[in-house]
Design a protein around this ligand. Structure first.
Ligand code: DGL
Length: 268
């Protein structure tokens, strides 16, 4: 199916965390229309079963495909880890996911070929990052660590807080013992912890933000498929969520880095 270059890019996540990916896309591709879906009623996904995540992912994919997106971006690492095939099977348009983007970013960054990956328990247990890295570079050693407390700490806004620092020191201890030189932030929420994590790892370890890698990959794909929007007018952004929870606006704007407007509540 050949899409129209004016059509929006569809980006989705389990909640508002995927707005870190939207933020990178807005910066890298300032003329692209974007339609975002965040399942705020059912977040977090990171501790749910593969069956449940696959079922939710199907619903979201169908919702976005009905809105004529030209490209689908799985911004949620957890969905990318266990349900990306579900999306690819349903989608007539190209699909990109943050795990592949993060894996390629890690391979391009590591010198010693020792890479650490942090993410939610579901992402880490799935081994998806290790598989994605090994698919492109079998000689890279990958060390993973689930960091389940990071998501609530970020939502609480404790981005530069002693509790978060101590938590990070504890979680990262095993990775730092492995002499890694690169660490992938394998969760939508972690880019907001970048300064604190960099402080804990030291500057000799390079942090790979999968949101940034994704924006680069999306730009290259649109270019190669002649799908980049040629219009130079201000693009349209629409945000669909399944609930407007307490402090939604504040948290959402923290992830997006700008005012969040055009928010639509989806009732299924
Ligand atoms: N979006 C999820 C991820 O990137 C984090 C939040 C959740 O657990 O749903 O893994």
């Amino acid at each position: 199916m050949q899409s129209n270059p004016d059509n929006p890019i569809g980006v989705f996540d389990s909640g508002v965390g995927g707005l870190t990916v939207v933020r990178s896309l807005m910066e890298r591709l300032p003329f692209e229309n974007i339609i975002y879906f965040g399942d705020t009623a059912r977040v977090p996904y990171g501790v749910k079963s593969v069956e449940t995540i696959s079922h939710f992912t199907t619903q979201i994919t169908e919702f976005l495909l009905q809105r004529q997106v030209k490209l689908l971006i799985i911004a949620c690492n957890t969905m990318a880890a266990v349900a990306s095939q579900v999306v690819r099977d349903l989608s007539p348009v190209p699909v990109l996911d943050v795990i592949d983007a993060g894996a390629l970013g890690a391979i391009a960054t590591t010198q010693r070929k020792y890479v650490g990956v942090i993410g939610t328990p579901t992402t880490i247990n799935s081994n998806a990052y290790t598989r994605a890295i090994h698919q492109h570079a079998a000689d890279v050693r990958v060390f993973s660590q689930a960091c389940p407390l990071f998501v609530p700490l970020v939502e609480e806004g404790w981005l530069d807080h002693q509790v978060t620092r101590l938590t990070a020191q504890e979680y990262l201890k095993p990775l730092l013992a492995q002499q890694i030189d690169t660490m992938v932030l394998g969760c939508t929420h972690y880019p907001l912890l970048k300064p604190l994590l960099q402080e804990v790892t030291g500057t000799h370890i390079r942090l790979v933000d999968s949101a940034e890698s994704m924006a680069e990959q999306a730009a290259a794909l649109l270019e190669s498929m002649n799908l980049a929007n040629p219009q130079r007018s201000a693009p349209e952004y629409h945000f669909h969520v399944t609930d407007v929870p307490l402090r939604f606006q504040t948290i959402g704007e923290r992830f997006l880095g700008r005012t969040l407007y055009n928010v639509h509540v989806v009732k299924w």
